[in-house]
Design a protein around this ligand. Structure first.
Ligand SMILES: [Zn+2]
Length: 86
């Protein structure tokens, strides 16, 4: 999630400066790539270690964007306890 937020910040900063300095276009492209990588990681890269269920939707909108809620303790697909799954 932080990767996506970082990409969003880079894109916003580059868009704010693009009229004043067209040389920020590579920064804009890099920010879009970071943003897309963060979104794809969130959507496809977060899997339950036991059943392989996609956990991206569970973690997509936590109460705090900088940490995973302590209330999320089990896989929503198989019920595996995240503290005991190795
Ligand atoms: Zn699971």
């Amino acid at each position: 999630m932080l990767l996506g937020l970082a990409g969003w910040v880079i894109v916003a900063l580059a868009l704010a400066q693009i009229k004043a300095d067209p040389a920020v276009v590579p920064l804009l492209v890099g920010g879009v790539l970071v943003l897309v990588t963060g979104i794809l990681t969130l959507v496809f890269g977060l899997r339950c270690p036991k059943c392989g269920g996609n956990l991206g939707h569970v973690l997509a909108w936590p109460p705090c964007p900088f940490r995973i809620s302590a209330r999320i303790q089990r896989c929503s697909f198989c019920g595996a306890d995240f503290d005991s799954v190795a």
